[in-house]
Design a protein around this ligand. Structure first.
Ligand code: FUL
Length: 460
């Protein structure tokens, strides 16, 4: 045996218990069916489109009128097909942003497309097109509403539930409902009836995940595409508290830039040290929301800020490949189409993502490891130039791996460590940069119990 592999989870487990009653408490926390389904389709897009697209703003003022929505048409087919090319499998539309303008023909307000010069229901146009092109459709409905006079009174909770009912009844299956925590710092205090919203969603769309201020998916904590070194999915239940999420969210239009540079102070959300201090835990995986441009809404002044395919791909590897889902925002312009710059970046991103797994050296499915599998060693029949290793835990058994090293075996027989990591979770993507090798080895140094590995894919 190679001496460097001797210390592993099955021998000393880095000096911590492999499984005791405390650790058992951590691994008893597992995803529900909706969370499992989302982890299988971890990349989807946001579309920020609406009043702000017409008025060229990031946030509205609350004083807009339907006449300000001067957009005449949209090309939903283009939106969906362009986004599909990026490899994304779903789209979440800002059906109502903070300005309160509704992109569907709601029966509960006169501040919607129905009363504007736009001819049609944008939510219907997009959801129909998503279903036609086999893409998931999701809904962003801003809890904070600057325009509606009911906001701040209990009648607003009824209004909000009526809106949810329309959106979750008339537009087919909805895969995610996104509740933004942002609220202007001068806005009136208001008690959102979160539990009523969650119960309603659960009743009308039992397969939908509820994100950010919702209980299924947590906000990664910034809008710049960054993730922590260790993105845990088993975390203290208190992180699910919607009011807590709101406190950390945008409270001012200009704060978007700040959030793009945000460095989370809560770096550790789920190590043993954190979990041991919390009696109640939950499965609450992170979602990375980031815009392809500087702003969330389209502005022609920001055409030069479209992120390069390389940058977008790095974001993908650091989010999807770091146990998170990725929600990439693509804002169509006031002519109702996605700009050609964004189109090109998305196409090239899609090619790069496909390129990760297009040339497999081998894909293994080890399943639950036993004490004999302290490390996993693989040999190839010829020299390969490895570009990626993709490792997935079977998260139906929770997340177990806490520390690991990944080695390649050089043609001269020597092992070189390519990566040291912590969390694996639903997916870890390790770039190897085309290094020549005749084998590879995964050494799990620390785990919460016997690791359960769904797959290890090695790619040229
Ligand atoms: C923020 C909002 O204030 C932004 O306008 C955008 O919708 C972003 C996704 O969330 O909190």
């Amino acid at each position: 045996m190679n001496i460097v592999f001797e210390k592993n989870w099955s021998t000393d487990n880095n000096g911590v218990p492999l499984l005791d009653s405390e650790v058992e408490r951590y691994i008893s926390v597992t995803p529900n069916e909706n969370q499992l389904r989302l982890a299988e389709k971890p990349f989807y897009c946001f579309i920020h489109f609406g009043m702000n697209t017409a008025t060229a703003r990031e946030w509205g003022t609350g004083a807009e009128s339907v006449k300000d929505f001067t957009i005449k048409s949209i090309d939903a087919r283009q939106w969906v097909s362009v986004i599909k090319q990026s490899g994304a499998t779903g789209i979440i539309l800002t059906c109502k942003h903070h300005d309160g303008f509704c992109l569907w023909e709601s029966d509960y307000t006169d501040f919607s497309v129905k009363y504007s010069d736009f001819n049609g229901d944008i939510v219907k146009m997009l959801s129909d097109e998503c279903h036609r092109q086999n893409m998931d459709f999701g809904v962003y409905l801003s809890p904070w509403d600057m325009h509606d006079k009911r906001y701040g009174t209990s009648a607003y909770n009824d209004y909000f539930c009526n809106q949810l009912t329309e959106l979750l009844t008339n537009y087919g299956e909805v895969f995610e409902v996104w509740f933004d925590g942002a609220k202007g710092k001068d806005a009136v205090d208001f008690d959102y009836d979160w539990q009523r919203y969650f119960d309603l969603i659960h009743k009308l769309q039992p397969k939908a995940n509820m994100a950010i201020c919702g209980p299924d998916i947590r906000w990664v904590g910034n809008e710049g595409g960054k993730t922590r070194k260790s993105e845990y999915s088993v975390v203290p239940r208190s992180l699910r508290d919607a009011e807590g999420v709101m406190e950390k969210s945008q409270q001012d239009e200009s704060q978007a830039a700040e959030l793009q540079n945000y460095k989370s102070t809560d770096e550790d959300l789920g190590s043993r040290a954190v979990l041991s201090k919390n009696s109640s835990l939950c499965w609450y995986p992170a979602e990375v929301d980031v815009s392809i441009r500087r702003g969330w809404f389209h502005s022609k002044n920001e055409n030069i800020t479209v992120k390069s395919p390389k940058k977008l791909f790095n974001i993908y590897v650091n989010s999807v490949g770091n146990n998170c889902t990725l929600l990439l925002n693509v804002p169509p312009n006031a002519s109702g189409v996605i700009d050609k710059r964004d189109v090109k970046a998305l196409r090239l991103l899609g090619e790069k993502i496909n390129g990760i797994t297009s040339s497999p050296i081998a894909v293994y499915n080890p399943g639950e490891l036993s004490a004999n599998d302290g490390y996993l060693e693989y040999s190839f029949d010829s020299v390969k130039k490895m570009r990626y290793a993709v490792i997935e835990e079977d998260i139906a058994h929770s997340q177990r791996i806490e520390l690991f090293d990944f080695y390649i075996k050089k043609p001269n027989g020597k092992y070189i460590k390519m990566y040291s990591g912590t969390v694996i979770g639903s997916k870890k993507i390790i770039p190897i940069k085309g290094k020549k090798c005749i084998g590879a080895c995964l050494v799990i140094r620390q785990s919460r119990s016997n690791p359960v590995i769904k797959s290890i894919g090695l790619y040229e």
